[in-house]
Design a protein around this ligand. Structure first.
Ligand SMILES: Nc1nc2c(ncn2[C@@H]2O[C@H](COP(=O)(O)OP(=O)(O)OP(=O)(O)O)[C@@H](O)[C@H]2O)c(=O)[nH]1
Ligand SMILES: [Mg+2]
Length: 418
């Protein structure tokens, strides 16, 4: 376990709470990467130092602190320029990484599927490339420990050209994956079954809620970024209406842009959803700031226009949860649940139903034999929920937009067909 010192630099008159929140998140991230935190350092300066970020005096101070605390690693809460990182490492005589590198490291640990591994490798290589200077100096740091984890199978090459070639190759492979995914999404769309995507800050309980909705056992963990690879499952509401639900990677504040672009294929799952369930950890101290960060990222990837429902999770941790659940009745665009205990889940499913199937109505239809053409057209009109054959008729229940059923009025049966 790396003995780690965390450093946050506040420039100008920033609010203290902001620094504390950011540091708390960094601590969570560092722990998720397996670090043992030995010190947390806050510094204020009018502006970052161009050479050493924290300034030469502070470098000296932190160097002796590092020796005293027997530290193996400094993690900076802000992103460092390649030159700043080098200068800090020289001055502190200890390994130095920044927030982005830390997140990349966690992702490297978590990636399970081939696609996830490729996405992480792409992000790591893109991050590394501008940091290659001199004769493989940056790479000599790739010994072991946090922030040095290589992208699995492929050993990082000292040769910049080979890295560039590898980037091109990975992008190619990811494009193929994206194509396959797009194909799967197209066939899901054709089925007219609507899709719901679970998004939210890391560790808010997306996978736990996914398991509740889909009756699955997606991996959940108290650690950050338990989920990297998206999962899609077909499931149904209590009255049998089907929908797809997908679990996705968690967000953090200041998600590295290289990660966002690497995980594009994954995020497309979100872009094509009919409804976004934005899961918020109501018990988190900075729940609102987390939610705002997620909504900002959603807007950045172009998902701002998709209907969404904020789902406040973990209400079991709050003493006034009953009051919240009651409030739930008149909160528009919001719901409150405990994915852990199941509280509020029935109400949430009702909301999902009304949001997904708002414009659809249930029709009972009876088509005489000989009109197989009409029968065959049903799947294109709506969701065929039940089919039955009798001696004289085909019968079905279908959930459809009334506009698409106009020419079938002759076959509609009022009430349930017997
Ligand atoms: N008390 C309580 N804990 C919950 C609830 N939902 C989830 N958790 C816990 O919160 C932690 C994170 O849950 P996950 O479902 O893995 O969260 P996630 O959003 O999928 O996290 P990432 O995939 O890491 O982004 C786990 O320890 C869960 O057991 C809840 O309603 N109440
Ligand atoms: Mg998860």
């Amino acid at each position: 376990m790396d003995r780690t010192i965390l450093v946050h630099l506040a420039c100008g008159p920033k609010k203290q709470t902001e620094a504390a929140e950011s540091m708390a998140e960094l601590e969570g991230l560092a722990k998720a990467a397996g670090a043992g935190i030995v010190r947390k350092i806050f510094q204020t300066r009018p502006a970052a130092d161009a050479r050493t970020f924290i300034g030469p005096g502070k470098v000296e101070e932190l160097k002796s602190l590092g020796v005293e605390a027997n530290a193996d690693l400094f993690v900076f809460d802000q992103d460092l320029k390649p030159s700043q990182q080098r200068n800090l490492e020289d001055g502190l005589e200890t390994r130095v990484i920044d927030r982005t590198q830390l997140i990349l490291d966690i992702f490297a640990r978590r990636a399970r599927t081939n696609e996830g591994k490729l996405q992480v490798e792409l992000a790591q290589l893109s991050y590394l490339l501008p940091r290659l200077s001199g004769k493989g100096k940056a790479l000599s740091r790739l010994g072991g420990g946090i922030g040095t984890r290589g992208p699995g199978e492929t050993k990082l090459e000292t040769d910049r050209r080979r890295i560039e070639a590898r980037i091109v190759k990975i992008k190619h492979e990811l494009q193929a994956v994206a194509k396959r995914r797009a194909g799967q999404r197209r066939s899901r769309r054709k089925s007219l079954v609507p899709a719901v995507a679970l998004v939210g800050y890391t560790s808010v309980g997306k996978s736990t809620l996914f398991n509740r909705l889909a009756g699955e056992t997606a991996f959940t963990s108290p650690q950050l970024f338990a989920t990297l690879d998206p999962l899609v499952r077909r499931t149904s509401l209590p009255d049998g209406l089907p929908y797809f639900v997908s679990d996705t990677v968690g967000f953090v504040k200041r998600l590295p842009p290289s990660l966002l672009s690497s995980f594009k294929a994954t995020l497309e799952e979100v872009l094509e959803a009919d409804l976004i369930l934005h899961v918020v950890d109501l018990a988190a101290a900075d729940a609102e700031a987390q939610a705002a960060a997620v909504e900002k990222t959603l807007a950045e990837i172009g998902a701002g226009g998709i209907p969404s429902l904020r789902v406040y999770n973990k209400i079991d941790l709050l003493p006034d949860r009953a009051a919240l659940l009651l409030r739930n009745d008149f909160m528009d665009g919001e719901a409150a649940v405990s994915a852990a205990t199941g509280e509020g889940l029935a109400a949430l499913k009702n909301r999902i139903r009304s949001l997904l199937f708002r414009d659809l109505r249930l029709f009972y239809i009876r088509i005489p034999h000989g009109r197989e053409d009409v029968w065959a057209s049903l799947p294109k009109r709506g969701l065929v929920l039940q089919r039955r054959e009798s001696a004289d008729y085909h019968e079905a229940r279908i959930m459809a937009d009334p506009a698409r059923m106009l020419d079938l009025t002759a076959y509609l049966v009022p009430g349930e067909p017997t």
